[in-house]
Design a protein around this ligand. Structure first.
Ligand code: DAH
Length: 357
């Protein structure tokens, strides 16, 4: 029995994997295993012999079983250890960084403009980019024969033959939002309407799609003086120069009376443009007192209400503020340009947090 014991203990110790352990188990303790056969022989023994052989065989069986289990566990541990060595990875290594996208200057400037006017009590209004020629022209006191229609290089929507609906256009300015807003909400009101506009034009400072922001303030006693104050507040905040001067030049727009084009103060030194200093002027917007016919078209009584309106190019003031020379590049989707002129997504313009980088 001692030989038997030594044989299996040695072989178990040498086993290299779980399969050979299993065949050892079958060989010793399986149905026809060496130890099992010995146990079957107990029956043929005398009771005296059985008294010593029985417990000894049982003890041997237990010992072999525990040796098998212990070896199995040791093999498992070794396998796990080997895998851990092989599959080790350093989770403390820095990750591979990815380039984040950037906020387009137009989006950034639109947010800046909105934040400044919101602070002065202006809500944001919107209108469709495809509008009827009534909203885009007639309601704004630009009748069919008016030269302003031809001047605007309007894109007309295609009409199938026999389709006699009134023409739709890609809006040529944000001014139709004035009409839509007053029609719906009446007076008094104080809104800005930023958005895309379209004209068939293309050179360094013109693209067929560009951006404007419309302003409209209607109440009982609103005057040109209020317009001037609001615009000067706006330019001081936007260009971040206190006391920036504006110049109002008499002009003509069909939808305002009187009308003014507004310039802001600037200097040109060594070809360097500086806003808010010097004695040069840069035209930045059109404005005026809303024409009574426009109020009427929008269902507002011109005898009871009056107010100012203005329209400003967002792309233009973005170019001026951030020194961007060519408008066409705004819409080329060139990643190098976007990385250079774009803003971090976390750079949200607010009056308390600052408007620019
Ligand atoms: N709609 C004009 C344009 O696109 C700009 C404009 C001028 C808007 C005067 C106004 C205004 O509201 O009062 O050229």
């Amino acid at each position: 029995m001692e030989d038997l014991r030594q044989k299996y203990i040695d072989r178990i110790a040498q086993a290299g994997d779980e399969d050979s352990l299993e065949s050892l188990r079958v060989e010793a303790l399986g149905k026809k295993g060496e130890i099992s056969l010995k146990m079957r022989e107990l029956g043929k023994m005398s009771p005296e012999e059985r008294k010593t052989a029985g417990p000894a065989l049982n003890a041997l069986k237990d010992e072999i079983n525990s040796a098998l289990a212990a070896k199995k566990e040791a093999l498992g541990d070794a396998a796990l250890e080997a895998r851990l060595q092989e599959e080790w990875l350093d989770v403390t290594l820095p990750g591979r960084s990815r380039r984040a996208g950037s906020i387009h200057p137009i989006s950034q400037v639109t947010e800046e403009v909105t934040a400044i006017f919101a602070d002065m009590g202006f809500a944001v209004a919107e209108g469709p980019q495809i509008d009827t020629d009534w909203y885009n022209f007639d309601a704004l006191n630009i009748p069919g024969h008016h030269p302003a229609r031809a001047e605007m290089d309007t894109f007309y929507m295609h009409r199938d033959e026999g389709d006699n609906r009134p023409p739709h256009v890609l809006r040529t300015h944000t001014s139709p939002v004035q009409i839509r807003h007053m029609e719906k909400h009446g007076a008094p009101c104080r809104i800005i309407a930023p958005g895309r506009v379209y004209r068939a034009d293309y050179d360094q400072t013109h693209t067929p799609m560009f951006h404007q922001v419309e302003g409209l303030a209607i109440d009982r006693e609103i005057s040109m003086a209020n317009l001037k104050w609001v615009l000067e507040e706006f330019f001081a905040a936007f260009f971040e120069v206190k006391g920036i001067k504006t110049r109002f030049r008499a002009s003509h727009f069909p939808f305002t009376e009187p009308s003014a084009e507004v310039d802001i103060q600037c200097s040109w030194e060594d070809g360097q443009l500086k806003i808010g200093e010097g004695d040069g002027w840069l035209e930045v917007l059109g404005s005026g007192m809303v024409h009574p016919k426009v109020l009427e078209a929008a269902g507002v009584d011109p005898k009871a209400w009056q107010g100012f309106a203005f329209g400003m190019g967002i792309d233009r003031i973005a170019m001026l503020k951030y020194g961007i020379p060519d408008l066409r590049a705004f819409f080329d989707s060139d990643l190098r340009w976007l990385r250079h002129y774009g803003f971090s997504g976390l750079q949200v313009p607010t009056l308390h947090g600052g408007l620019s980088r």
